[in-house]
Design a protein around this ligand. Structure first.
Ligand code: F6R
Length: 235
C-alpha cells in the first residue's frame, strides 16, 4: 500500500513527515532508519523542534561513503550529528564505518546490527535515477548491506557538497534493497522538479530493477511525501 501526500513545499513536507514519526513513536516504534542528503533536512529541523524523545530509541542509517570517517564534514556520520544526533540523541545510533579496514567484516557487522534491530520506520529520499540508499539502477532487489559503486549521475548530484567533483567518493556502504524492504513502515520524501520523473516511476510505473524505488510498490506500508514540483508528472 502506497499513500501519496502532496504538499506545497519541502517545509510543509518536513511537517508532514514529523507527523509520521510522531505516529510511529506513539505506536511503539523502537528503531528508526534514517537517511541523509538534502531531502530530509526540513524533516530533521521539525524533529529537532518537536517534543519527540529519541533517548530510548535506536537509529540505523542507510549508508556511508567508503573512505570518509565520522569526523569528516562530508561524511554521513557527521551529517547526522549536525542535523539530528547532537540535538536529539538516541540511546544508540549506528552508521557504517567508512574507515573500516576490513570491508567484508564491516558489512557483516552492519547486517548483524540490522538483524538485531529491525527497523520500525525507515526514512528514504530518492535519487534522480530512482535509487534508494545507494542502490543504483540494476541493483539486486533482495540484497543486504553491501559495498556499491556510485554511478556518474549520483557522483554529479552529490558533488554539490564537495569542493571538487574528484573529491566525491566513488564507493559507499549501503543497506541493500532487501534490507530496506524489511522495515515495517517506509516514509519516502521527494522535493523539487529534478525528482519528478523518479516520483512518477515510483508511483505509477511498473516494478523495474532499473528504477530501484519502484520495488516499494510491493511494500505493505509506504507513505510518499512530495512537493508540488516533484508531483508535477503524476496523473
Ligand atoms: C542518503 C541516500 C540517498 C539520497 C538520495 C537523494 O542517505 O541514501 O539515496 O536519499 O540520493 O539525495 P538528496 O536528498 O540529496 O536529493
Amino acid at each position: 500500500i502506497m499513500r501519496v501526500i502532496i504538499v506545497e513545499d519541502k517545509v510543509a513536507g518536513g511537517k508532514e513527515a514529523c507527523k509520521v514519526f510522531a505516529n510511529a513513536l506513539a505506536n511503539g516504534a523502537k528503531v528508526l532508519g534514517l537517511a541523509t542528503g538534502g531531502t530530509p533536512e526540513t524533516t530533521y529541523q521539525e524533529l529537532v523542534a518537536s517534543k519527540l524523545d529519541f533517548s530510548k530509541l535506536v537509529s540505523v542509517n542507510l549508508d556511508e561513503y567508503v573512505g570518509l570517517g565520522a569526523d569528516d564534514p562530508q561524511s554521513y556520520n557527521y551529517y547526522m550529528k549536525q542535523h539530528l544526533f547532537n540535538q536529539k540523541p538516541f540511546a544508540k545510533s549506528y552508521l557504517p564505518n567508512g574507515l573500516a579496514e576490513d570491508e567484508a567484516a564491516e558489512i557483516e557487522r552492519y547486517n548483524q546490527i540490522l538483524a538485531a534491530n529491525p527497523v520500525d520506520l525507515q526514512l528514504l529520499g530518492i535519487g534522480e535515477n530512482g535509487h534508494i540508499g545507494f542502490n543504483e539502477p540494476g541493483s539486486p532487489l533482495d540484497a543486504k548491506t553491501r559495498k556499491v559503486a556510485l554511478t556518474e549521475s549520483t557522483i554529479k548530484a552529490n558533488a554539490r557538497y564537495f569542493e571538487r567533483e574528484e573529491d566525491v567518493p566513488r564507493y559507499a556502504y549501503s543497506m541493500g534493497i532487501g534490507s530496506i524492504m524489511q522495515a515495517k513502515e517506509i516514509l519516502l520524501e521527494a522535493f523539487g522538479a529534478k525528482k519528478a520523473q523518479a516520483v512518477k516511476a515510483l508511483v505509477e510505473g511498473p516494478v523495474d530493477a532499473n528504477v530501484p524505488a519502484t520495488i516499494l510498490q510491493k511494500h505493505p506500508n509506504v507513505t510518499v511525501i512530495v512537493d508540488k514540483q516533484a508531483a508535477a508528472l503524476l496523473t
